[in-house]
Design a protein around this ligand. Structure first.
Ligand code: ADP
Length: 387
C-alpha cells in the first residue's frame, strides 16, 4: 500500500474534537507536528491545553483511532506536549472570538440558546433529577446541551451525571465545562470550591460572582439548550439569575403534595417578578405504580404524596400571570430513577423504556419542540396603559 499523504492525515486529524472544547484539535492549533515515514509510521505531536489534562486518554485514543483509519498507515506514534502560556493565551483569544471578557453569551440579543432554569419551592422534590434527565433526553435528540448546577445546598448534578470528582480545566482565563459520558457538558458551583468536601457559606455578592463566572467565564461553545439547576426557594440565586439572564425561562418542579405546591407557586412567582417566563410545571413523584397490581396485569396508582399539586401550581400561576402555564408531565416514583441518579447514569439512559424515563423524554420533546431561537423570549417591554 502507498504511503499516506499529509493531506490525508490532516483530514483525519480534523475529525478529532477536543473533548472539552468540542472543536477540532486542528482548528485549536493543538497539532504541533505530523511526520510521515516511508514505512507508513505516522508521528503526531499534540499539545494539551494544560499539563495533566484530565482528557489526555480520550485525546490519545481519538487521535490514534482517526489516524489509524487512513489507508497505508502502519502505526501511529503519538507524543503529547503541553501548550506554552502564549499558546494558551492565543487559544483563549480564539475561543472568546475576540470578545471582551465577562460577557454572558446567553444574555446577548442574538443568542439562540434556549435557557431553562429548573426551580422548586423546597428541596428533595426531584429538581436535580429532573434537570439531569431532561439534559440527557435533549442530548439524545441531537441537541448540544450544557448544565449549570447552581444549587448551593445540593450540588448533586455532577454525581448524577457520572462526573462527581471531575474538576474543570482552565485555558487562559476561560474555564472548560466538564464533559460527561452522555455528551452533556456541566459546571457546578461545587467545582468552584477548592475541595469538594469544603463547606462554603454562599452569600449574595459571592453567589452572584459565582453565577456570573459559571455563565461568562466558562467556554460553553454554541449550545442549543442550557439548563440551570437552581437552589430550592426564592433566594439570592433566583434574583441574580433574573438580573443576568432575564431571558431565561423557568420550569417549576413540585410534588403532588399541598404544602409542596404552595411553595412551588412562590418559586414560580419569583421568576415572574424577575420578568422570566414560566414555561410549565413538572409534577414529580406523582404516584407509585402498585407492583403487585402490575404483576396481575392491572394498573393501580398509589398516591403516596397525595394528588393534584402539579395541576394546582399550573392553575394558580396561569391565573396570576395571565398566560397559560401548563403541566408538562407527571413523573411516577421509580426505584430505578433513584438508582440511576446514585450511579451517575440517569434513568433516561439506564432504563429508557421505564414509564418515568418516557415521561421525562416526553417533557424534553415538548421543550425542544419549542425550538431554538428568539421565539418566546420576553422583550422586557411594559405595555403602556390605555386611556
Ligand atoms: P432536589 O434536587 O429537589 O433536592 P433530587 O433530584 O436530589 O431533589 O431528589 C431527591 C431524592 O429523590 C434523590 O435521591 C432522587 O434520586 C430521588 N427521586 C427523585 N425523583 C424520584 C422519582 N420520581 N422516583 C424515585 N426517586 C426519586
Amino acid at each position: 500500500m502507498s504511503t499516506p499523504t499529509l493531506e490525508q492525515v490532516q483530514a483525519a486529524l480534523e475529525t478529532v474534537n477536543d473533548p472539552e472544547i468540542k472543536r477540532p484539535i486542528t482548528e485549536l492549533r493543538m497539532v504541533e507536528s505530523v511526520d510521515i515515514a516511508a514505512d507508513g509510521v505516522v508521528s503526531v505531536t499534540v499539545l494539551l491545553t494544560v499539563a495533566g489534562c484530565p482528557m489526555k486518554d480520550t485525546i490519545t485514543r481519538d487521535v490514534s483511532a482517526a489516524v489509524e483509519r487512513v489507508p497505508g498507515v502502519a502505526r501511529v506514534e503519538l507524543t503529547l506536549g503541553v501548550m506554552s502560556p502564549e499558546q494558551r493565551g492565543e487559544l483563549g483569544e480564539t475561543l472568546r472570538g475576540g470578545q471582551a471578557q465577562r460577557e454572558i453569551p446567553f444574555a446577548q440579543p442574538g443568542s439562540l440558546t434556549k435557557v431553562y432554569a429548573i426551580a422548586s419551592g423546597k428541596g428533595g422534590v426531584g429538581k436535580s433529577s429532573v434537570t439531569v434527565n431532561l439534559a440527557l433526553a435533549l442530548a439524545k435528540q441531537g441537541l448540544k446541551v450544557g448544565v449549570v448546577d447552581a444549587d448551593i445546598y445540593g450540588h448533586s448534578v455532577p454525581a448524577m451525571l457520572g462526573v462527581a470528582d471531575s474538576r474543570p480545566t482552565q485555558v487562559d482565563d476561560l474555564i472548560m465545562p466538564v464533559p460527561t459520558p452522555s455528551g452533556v457538558s456541566v459546571i457546578s458551583i461545587g467545582m468552584l470550591k477548592p475541595r469538594r468536601d469544603q463547606v462554603v457559606a454562599w452569600r449574595g455578592p459571592m453567589l452572584d460572582r459565582a453565577l456570573v463566572q459559571m455563565l461568562a467565564d466558562v467556554y460553553w461553545g454554541d449550545l442549543d439548550v442550557l439548563l440551570l439547576d437552581l437552589p430550592p426557594g426564592t433566594g439570592d440565586v433566583a434574583i441574580s439569575l433574573g438580573q443576568h439572564l432575564p431571558n431565561a425561562e423557568v420550569l417549576v418542579v413540585t410534588t403532588p403534595q399541598e404544602a409542596a405546591a404552595e411553595v412551588a407557586e412562590r418559586a414560580g412567582t419569583m421568576a415572574s417578578m424577575m420578568h422570566q417566563r414560566v414555561v410549565g410545571v413538572v409534577e414529580n413523584m406523582s404516584f407509585l405504580p402498585c407492583p403487585h397490581c402490575a404483576e396481575a396485569g392491572t394498573e393501580h396508582r398509589l398516591e403516596i404524596f397525595g394528588s393534584g399539586g402539579g395541576e394546582r401550581v399550573a392553575a394558580t400561576l396561569s391565573q396570576r400571570f395571565g398566560y397559560d402555564v401548563p403541566v408538562l408531565g407527571a413523573i411516577p416514583i421509580d426505584i430505578s430513577l433513584r438508582e440511576g441518579g446514585d450511579a451517575g447514569k440517569p434513568i433516561v439512559e439506564s432504563d429508557p423504556t421505564a414509564p418515568a424515563a418516557l415521561e421525562l423524554s416526553a417533557i424534553a420533546a415538548t421543550l425542544s419542540g419549542r425550538g431554538r431561537g428568539l421565539a418566546g423570549m420576553q422583550l422586557g417591554l411594559t405595555p403602556s396603559s390605555r386611556f
